[in-house]
Design a protein around this ligand. Structure first.
Ligand code: HEC
Length: 273
């Protein structure tokens, strides 16, 4: 009996040690108790070793005893295990979805949202440009626009979108030139045209407002002479009719039509459609 007591004490010390070590290492309580229970099971096994040996068995009786022993172990093990927290795959899937879901809506730098963030940044950039252009327009505040090439100032007579006065339509047109970044490909007043496209200072001599409009809405409608390759490859974006209102396109075309500087070699457009 003294031997059994000794083993029990050893088991408790080992179990307690495991429990505290697990706690110190930050294991959740369920693991602390799991480690303790391993020590407890070990102790029971050691105690069993001291039981008096059984009478030797043989024949069917022995076979039955073995089966019974395994049956008992199975029930004991199963019952013990069922006390531990159970793993439910559906549960885990739900948790994973939650974590991903909150990352999606919570963290703006999450890669899942990168496209959206880039889109938002672009929109904000566009807004800033719009405001800058508006402020500039307010600053100059005049209804007349100096004619490029030194001609007398003209006042636009086309009704502007939203019922604004004639001068405003040219402001809106110039604003759109900046906003839509036409200057990336087209040189105008000596500015822009980094990506090769025709210089447009004399476009007003070649095309009417309506024709320029058509070119903006459908870049395939006209082809600039000498730019056959670019026209073929569709270098001029075919998106403006989608991102601009009809009024904005009219304003831009009206503004471009005022550029009639014959000193500049704007290529002659050839009607394609
Ligand atoms: C990515 C480059 C690119 C952008 C941006 C672009 N264009 Fe063009 N554009 C071209 C190229 C290249 C041509 C010549 C080939 C052709 O006619 O399609 C051209 C031709 C034209 C022409 C005809 C010129 C001529 O002499 O026949 C007009 C007018 C024009 N663009 C207006 C615009 C306006 C207005 C915008 C902005 C709303 C714009 N483009 C934006 C590349 C561009």
């Amino acid at each position: 009996m003294g031997k059994a007591m000794f083993k029990l004490v050893i088991g408790l010390v080992v179990g307690g040690g495991l429990w505290f070590t697990a706690k110190a290492m930050g294991f959740p309580p369920v693991f602390q108790w799991a480690f303790f229970s391993y020590a407890a099971v070990g102790t029971v096994v050691f105690l069993l070793l001291d039981l008096p040996s059984m009478k030797p068995q043989s024949g069917w009786g022995a076979a039955l005893s073995v089966l019974l022993f395994f049956g008992l172990l199975c029930v004991g093990y199963g019952a013990g295990a069922s006390l531990l927290p159970q793993f439910d795959p559906e549960d885990e899937k739900g948790k994973t979805a939650k974590v991903l879901g909150s990352a999606k809506s919570g963290n703006p730098l999450d890669p899942w949202k990168a496209d959206e963030v880039i889109q938002r940044a672009k929109e904000l950039d566009q807004k800033v440009k719009e405001l800058e252009a508006r402020i500039k327009a307010l600053g100059s505040g005049l209804a007349t626009v100096p004619q490029p090439g030194g001609a007398a100032p003209v006042t636009a007579s086309v009704p502007a979108p939203g019922g604004a006065s004639g001068g405003d339509i040219l402001k809106v047109g110039e604003e759109q030139w900046q906003l839509q970044e036409c200057y990336n490909c087209h040189k105008l007043r000596g500015d822009g045209g980094k990506k090769r496209g025709p210089e447009l200072d004399n476009i007003g001599t070649h095309l009417t407002v309506d024709q320029i409009k058509q070119k903006i809405m459908d870049p395939k409608s006209y082809m600039a002479t000498g730019f056959e390759k670019e026209w073929e490859k569709g270098r001029m974006p075919d998106k403006f009719k989608d991102v601009m209102s009809d009024g904005e396109i009219t304003a831009l075309a009206t503004w471009l039509n005022t550029f009639k500087n014959t000193a500049v070699d704007t290529p002659i457009p050839i009607k394609k459609k």
